[in-house]
Design a protein around this ligand. Sequence first.
Ligand code: HEM
Length: 162
Amino acid sequence: PPQLHEVVKPLAWLLGKWRSEHGRGMYPTMKNFTYGEEVEFSHIGQPNLQYRAYSWMGDHDTPMHREIGYVRLQPGSLHVAFIIAHNTGLSEVEEGEVNGTTIKLESKGISRLSFGSEPSVKKIVRTFRMKEEDVLEQVMYMETSRTPLTEHLRIQYKKQKH
Ligand code: HEM
């Protein structure tokens, strides 16, 4: 496998596959729900990581939200950017800082389809935090055209060995 590029070394702790069957979803406009998700950060030796997050409901048979993208760092800094496409028709750039094994992100730009459905997503704020060896937590807040910034997702992944 290629060597991890120097620029993205501060993100090395994210690499690998992370998985949970016990994510919790919520929002003022909906009933609470439980979901599963697998997240993978990988690299090919370039100064970026590849990112994907696939979620499902109940057993594995109902795929839900999906994201695919890249993670970049401003060279020589801890300023991080996620460039993400969502299966729901959003594409966005989130930026923030890496602080040890915590990343705080805020959307800087969200594009949507001309024929996207309501409500529209106005803001995404999320944190990835490695709480302990092999445990990664993600907490996500969003603002929509109808609802102020409110928590939507909270999940703790376990590192997968394969
Ligand atoms: C609903 C956005 C991730 C499950 C929604 C709504 C929005 C949204 C805008 C409609 C809210 C409303 O009507 O007030 C997002 C964004 C995500 C994300 C931007 C990621 C950045 C997820 C994930 C799951 C999920 C990972 C896991 C299964 C749901 C469910 C609903 C919902 C079950 C309610 C039913 C529905 O409208 O489909 N989400 N979501 N979302 N989301 Fe998410």
